[in-house]
Design a protein around this ligand. Structure first.
Ligand SMILES: N[C@@H](CCC[C@H](N)C(=O)O)C(=O)O
Length: 289
């Protein structure tokens, strides 16, 4: 009989993940296996999967091994690969801490979007240096039913379309990806955020994630929203020399995002491990067929 595979379940502002610790990269996780594990009825359930691998043991991360011991091999719930996951990095760091692989304080995590700096605070919050936002030029439109909105194209390592709406209910049921145009703006698909104002430097969002559907939170999405809202509000820390902080409410909680004058975007929020268990490898093999 083959060995059972350890897993954990965790979430960050209710963006939830199956975590598979696999330091030497020996667990085979093809897209169908990831989709089976993330299935909320027939599997464990999650918006995505965090495969925890030593950077030195993963071909996509070897070059980052000197800077970051651990690689977050992130997958969406449909099995697709994404460059970055902001809530995922916080949960990944919490796992490393609880497993005794790192101590509280500062650490680095390798991701497909580069090496990220993480701070595990004593109060339980986790802060991640998310890098700089890129704001590609060009008009983008997103639609839901009869309504459509201009959207800001923001890249946080992964692609986002940020649309300001009058009412979050206008985003509808978000069962399927909101259509966007022009198609050339997002050749690899896009995460779409719908945003309303809540007060000064305070917004709320709903999100449809590429590869996962509507989720209760998206960390990269919250960063994209903070930067798009700052520009809409005429705030650019690179010009004023003053950091700008936004509170971003998501259906699953609250994230605080600061953009600094050097362009670096920092995200702070919670990260929780809720369960541990074992995956039956025979089930996984069958389920992934
Ligand atoms: N939930 C994540 C984003 C995960 C990746 C995204 N679905 C994509 O395909 O780009 C976050 O917290 O950032």
């Amino acid at each position: 009989m083959s060995t059972r595979i350890a897993f954990l379940k965790g979430h960050g502002t209710e963006n939830d993940f199956v975590i598979v610790p696999d330091p030497e990269n020996t667990v085979d996780l093809p897209p169908a296996a990831v989709a089976a594990l993330c299935d909320r009825r027939a599997g464990i359930g999650g918006d995505g999967l965090l495969h925890v691998v030593r950077s030195a043991a993963h071909p996509e991360a070897r070059e980052m091994a000197a800077e970051a011991e651990w690689f977050m091999d992130y997958r969406n719930s449909d099995g697709s690969i994404a460059e970055m996951c902001g809530n995922g990095v916080r949960v990944f760091a919490r796992y490393l801490q609880q497993a005794g692989l790192v101590t509280e304080g500062d650490l680095t995590v390798a991701t497909r979007g580069g090496v990220k700096s993480v701070h595990l605070a004593k109060d339980g919050d986790v802060t991640v240096g998310m890098g700089r936002a890129r704001l590609p030029e060009g008009e983008v439109t997103v639609s839901v039913g009869e309504r459509s909105w201009p959207a800001r194209n923001v890249n946080m390592g992964n692609p986002h379309a940020v649309a300001f709406v009058d009412d979050l209910a206008h985003a509808g049921d978000l069962y399927s990806p909101p259509p966007f145009s022009p198609a050339a703006a997002y050749p690899d698909g896009v995460n779409v955020e719908f945003v309303v104002d809540r007060g000064p430097r305070h917004v709320a969002l709903r999100v449809h994630e590429r590869g996962s559907g509507e989720t209760r939170s998206c960390g990269t999405g919250a960063c994209a929203v903070a930067v798009a809202t700052a520009r809409r509000d005429g705030a650019d820390p690179a010009v004023t020399g003053t950091p700008v902080t936004y509170t971003v409410d998501v259906p699953g909680g609250r994230l605080v995002i600061t953009e600094r004058p050097d362009g670096e975007v920092e995200m702070t929020g919670p990260a929780v491990i809720v369960a541990t268990g074992e995956i039956d490898p025979e089930w996984l093999e069958t389920a992934a067929r």
